[in-house]
Design a protein around this ligand. Structure first.
Ligand SMILES: Cc1cc2nc3c(=O)[nH]c(=O)nc-3n(C[C@H](O)[C@H](O)[C@H](O)COP(=O)(O)OP(=O)(O)OC[C@H]3O[C@@H](n4cnc5c(N)ncnc54)[C@H](O)[C@@H]3O)c2cc1C
Length: 377
């Protein structure tokens, strides 16, 4: 099979990059190992205001707007409540969102191969895939690694790879609408979520209950931490009400996966191709939000590849420079380092006393309600 661009991975980054390239008139093959895009979802799907403002996501697949954030110490007592004047977040109904993005891609001319693994690069411009009907060789002018945090394309192009990862897991279930406003609850407790947060997002339609942290630091493993958190998680009404809300346990969806938090990687392009999304480390090191970064970086990637394909030369790919973007993440990388140092519930409780001050609340509001999800490339 011959094509202009082979995109590996049909997460949001791969779907968006492939669609933009096809719209620009290029031949694009998009290979995805999952047999269906509405299965094995790896994200909570919280979209921030900046994304909702700048990208046309189908509103019918977005939950109600969220303005309330509650931050809890390990004791769960006296949470800090932050309320924005604006709608800050909406949780995507990810299965239909992925399906709708895939339909758009195919309508725009992308050749989507589901159930198809990228196996290896066989030489310049030659790639081996394994599909439903066996091995498949693809000749492509460029390859795009949109294959997630542990990218095989990055490996084969000798580009930088993510080394600083969290792992996260959550349970998602439909919930009966409660009395309170849609709220994002975050618990700072390193015994549940070492180096990050445990969360409940309850938008009145669905509840997401999750934990994330450094894999080696979960005292008894991540699964147990999630079970422990789910038993006492705030924001679900009385626990009895929450248990009632899980009307049918078959409706509980489990999600999870790695989250790169080391910042954008420096070397994310070469003459043969480039990386987007998690493969490029395009995730906010502090909030671990990657949906806005993956969409923004995909636009930059598609523009650079379009230039290169039109000029017939790979030179424009030199402008796809992770080091320049990374420099603008310095503050967030420092804060990530700080969060990683909170190793005991006692330290988290102390950190909370700072958060309760006026300056602490203002900083938290800037991080949670600010516009700094990802620098414009
Ligand atoms: C538990 C959890 C919750 C999160 N919640 C949020 C959130 O609420 N908001 C937010 O902004 N960010 C969140 N993130 C981060 C965000 O989900 C990611 O940054 C974003 O989805 C990355 O998109 P992507 O397209 O780069 O990668 P992915 O969505 O991981 O897509 C990569 C795709 O590549 C495919 N693939 C991999 N290897 C191969 C191969 N060899 N051949 C073919 N296909 C391959 C995979 O099957 C996958 O479909 C969360 C992450 C986790 C783990």
């Amino acid at each position: 099979m011959r094509t202009d661009v082979l995109v590996v991975g049909a997460g949001l980054a791969g779907l968006h990059t492939a669609t933009l390239l096809a719209r620009a008139g290029h031949a694009v093959v998009l290979a995805e190992r999952r047999p269906a895009l509405d299965g094995t979802i790896r994200t909570t799907g919280i979209f921030v205001r900046r994304t909702l403002d700048d990208f046309p996501l189908p509103p019918e697949h977005l939950g109600p707007p969220i303005r309330h954030v509650m931050l809890y110490p390990p004791s769960l007592r006296r949470p800090v409540t932050l309320v924005s004047q604006r709608d800050e977040y909406r949780v995507g109904d990810m299965a239909p969102l992925y399906l709708s993005a895939a339909r758009t891609a195919v309508d725009d001319g992308v050749r989507l191969l589901l159930g198809t693994h990228y196996v290896a690069r066989r030489g310049p411009g030659s790639f081996l895939l394994a599909g439903r009907d066996g091995a498949l060789r693809v000749e492509a002018r460029f390859v795009v690694g949109a294959d997630g945090a542990r990218s095989a394309v990055a490996r084969d192009l000798s580009l930088d790879r993510n080394r600083h990862l969290l792992i996260g897991a959550e349970e998602v279930f439909p919930i009966a609408a409660g009395d309170g406003p849609p709220t994002f609850h975050c618990v700072l407790d390193p015994s549940l979520a070492p180096g990050y947060l445990a969360w409940v997002v309850n938008d009145g339609r669905h509840a997401h209950v999750g934990v994330a942290g450094y894999a080696k630091r979960f005292p008894n493993g991540m699964r147990r931490a999630l079970t422990r958190f789910a038993a006492t998680a705030p924001g679900l009404g009385s626990r009895g009400a929450a248990a009632d809300a899980v009307v049918d346990h078959a409706q509980v969806e489990r999600r999870g996966g790695p989250i790169p938090v080391g910042g954008v990687l420096k070397r994310i392009s070469c003459v043969d191709g480039l990386l987007v999304g998690d493969a490029a480390g395009a995730v906010s090191p502090l909030t671990a939000g990657g949906l806005d970064p993956c969409l923004r970086l995909s636009e930059h990637a598609a523009a650079v590849l379009d230039d290169a394909l039109r000029s017939g030369r790979p030179d424009p790919l030199e402008h796809y420079d992770g080091a320049a973007l990374r420099a603008r993440f310095r503050g967030r990388l420092l804060l990530r380092h700080g969060l990683a140092q909170v190793r005991t519930p006692a330290m988290a409780t102390t950190a909370f006393s700072v958060l309760r001050t006026r300056a602490g609340r203002a900083t938290a509001a800037r991080i949670l309600f600010g516009d700094g999800s990802f620098p414009s490339p």
